[in-house]
Design a protein around this ligand. Structure first.
Ligand SMILES: Nc1ncnc2c1ncn2[C@@H]1O[C@H](COP(=O)(O)OP(=O)(O)OP(=O)(O)O)[C@@H](O)[C@H]1O
Ligand SMILES: [Mg+2]
Length: 233
């Protein structure tokens, strides 16, 4: 297993948000994390990445126990995050955004500036303008491109299609399919379950900080009636 999370527990002050999250992602696998608003999807991702501290449990990445590591070390080990709300650097140019965290020299360096720009040609003409002048869709492409350029062993996407027009959304999903086809391992959080069912090999459902269900897309389809209460659809 590339990523193995077990009994992960996190609290914000006195309020506990995760009560023992269990999930795993294998190499070249695409796994989704589903659940309604406030169920702990972002907190799970942030706890895995070391962005928020967890207080119990285990996060193993490629065999190493990384729970408690600072997020920069987690990132360096090969976890690349496309955060909720994109979080691009507004006062850096597109080019600077892309290269600021790029990591070359470790592993196979599958992702380089040229193949990222080939995937997101929209960015090519915008390389020298400030990040905050991009459209929402372009900012999302930039956020994904920036994460890819760290050449992550696991790419984690938190609501990468949120707030985008349907056409742009489709474009992002098409790119994610290409990224998957390249063999990239992905953990993805999104509200568009139909799109997730097309791309993810397996799904987990979070309910109030606990995993209440896991299965593949066929099992999710077969159990939709029973599972819709967890999905808010
Ligand atoms: N910084 C914070 N401080 C205090 N409580 C927080 C903080 N961030 C999240 N929470 C709480 O933790 C719980 C899980 O929130 P989280 O953001 O992980 O949910 P989510 O599944 O990502 O939701 P959404 O679909 O809205 O993004 C919620 O009850 C939320 O109010
Ligand atoms: Mg969230």
């Amino acid at each position: 297993m590339l990523l193995e999370v077990s009994d992960l527990q996190t609290r914000y002050g006195l309020s506990q948000a995760l009560y023992g999250v269990e999930l795993c992602v294998d190499a070249s696998e695409v796994v989704s994390l589903l659940g309604r608003n406030g169920m702990g999807k972002t907190t799970s991702i942030h706890s895995i990445m070391g962005v928020v501290p967890s207080f119990a449990g285990s996060v193993r990445f490629d065999g190493a126990e990384i729970r408690g590591w600072p997020s920069y070390r987690v990132a360096r080990l090969g976890l690349g995050l496309v955060p909720e709300g994109r979080q691009i650097f507004p006062n850096l140019t597109v080019r600077e955004n892309l290269v600021a965290t790029a990591a070359q020299g470790v592993g196979e360096n599958r992702w380089q500036l040229d193949n990222v720009l080939e995937m997101f040609p929209e960015l090519t003409a915008r390389m020298d303008i400030m990040g905050n002048l991009l459209s929402g869709g372009e900012q999302q492409m930039l956020a994904i491109g920036r994460a890819l350029l760290t050449n992550p062993r696991l790419l984690i996407l938190d609501e990468a299609t949120e707030g985008l027009a349907p056409l742009i959304r489709d474009k992002i999903w098409a790119c994610l399919h290409r990224i998957k086809a390249s063999g990239q391992s992905i953990l993805v959080v999104d509200k568009n379950i139909r799109d997730l069912m097309k791309i993810a090999d397996r799904h987990y459902i979070l309910e109030k900080g606990r995993i209440v269900w896991q299965g593949d897309s066929d099992a999710l389809t077969a159990n939709r009636g029973e599972l819709d209460r967890y999905l808010g659809v």
